[in-house]
Design a protein around this ligand. Structure first.
Ligand code: ZN
Ligand code: ZN
Length: 302
């Protein structure tokens, strides 16, 4: 019996959950940013300006959703290391508009205090550690942190800045330590780099409707995949096999632990299977198309 890893709610919605505007250090106004994503076929966007929570209902409508969100950070004395954290909020109030500045002192707060504060402010918040490679986070530091849902497996902005957008190894290390962690691909758009940092990575969320509640709930539940372009049509379990159906890929990889998974390099693959060896704690799939663009499933845990 094929058992999909997706909870099929009937609709796929495309969104970028991390972007900046002139409300902090981005180059476009919120209206320009929203217009650009809308015109490129996106269904939702989060404006995650630095330490400023943005929620304005009238920036969205029935066909385009703006998620209440921000990017928090704490200051490090040496300026080499940092931690940036994205929070997506449910904001169930019917207020048309809210902007909110951080609470607490960025100079004295620890990373864990920041995460705990964000969780404490909204029990439905989705918390994601942004660009861990660019932030120079040690694996040991991440393993000490609790109270986050995800890390960014790909961040277009830091890839354009200095080729530090990827974090697959960081993600797998967390998973190997039994930390059930989702991963997100995003733009982190600022608009300052020579290489345009729009439309490089996004998530496809399966949800019943394009409402704040439905999108946030299905992100928090991991009912999405991350991509730079390729589509994951379905994936899941079929007896002792993990299957995947996708748009044409030149590489399909099954990543597992502690058993070693499997790499496939058959051109134009649209379906692939991996037979479980037994003892796998998790399996995730990564595909790469002929242009080198990747897509990532979230893990299945055993
Ligand atoms: Zn950041
Ligand atoms: Zn950012």
């Amino acid at each position: 019996m094929m058992q999909s890893a997706f909870n099929d709610n009937g609709h796929w919605f495309k969104g970028n959950y991390h972007s900046h505007t002139t409300l902090s250090d981005g180059s476009l106004t919120p209206e320009e940013q929203i217009g650009l994503y809308r015109s490129h076929g996106y269904d939702f966007l989060a404006i995650t300006d630095h330490n400023l929570m943005t929620s304005r209902r009238s920036w969205g409508d029935r066909n385009f959703l703006l998620l209440p969100a921000w990017e928090r950070d704490i200051s490090y004395v040496d300026k080499v290391k940092c931690i940036h954290v994205i929070g997506l909020f449910s904001d169930e109030t019917e207020e048309e508009c809210s902007f909110r500045r951080e609470k607490g002192d960025r100079n004295t707060m620890t990373a864990q205090q920041l995460l705990d504060q964000m969780r404490g402010e909204d029990r439905n918040v989705f918390i994601s550690i942004a660009h861990p490679t660019w932030s120079r986070m040690e694996i040991s530091e991440l393993l000490e942190l609790k109270n986050f849902d995800a890390i960014e497996v790909f961040n277009t902005g830091t890839e354009c800045l200095c080729h530090e957008g990827h974090a697959e190894y960081v993600w797998d290390t967390l998973l190997r330590h039994g930390r059930h962690t989702l991963a997100v691909a995003c733009d982190d758009t600022h608009g300052h780099t020579k290489q345009d940092d729009h439309f490089g990575g996004w998530i496809m969320v399966n949800a019943p409707s394009l409402s704040r509640h439905d999108i946030l709930e299905n992100i928090r539940g991991g009912n999405y995949y991350s991509t730079m372009g390729p589509r994951i049509i379905d994936w899941g379990l079929d007896g002792d096999e993990v299957y995947i159906k996708c748009s044409e890929a030149d590489e399909v990889h099954f990543i597992t632990w502690p058993a070693r998974g499997k790499a496939n390099f058959d051109r134009n693959t649209t379906e692939m299977r991996y037979t479980l060896k037994g003892g796998e704690k998790y399996v995730r799939v990564e595909i790469i198309d002929s242009e080198g663009k990747r897509a990532w499933t979230n893990p299945i845990y055993f």
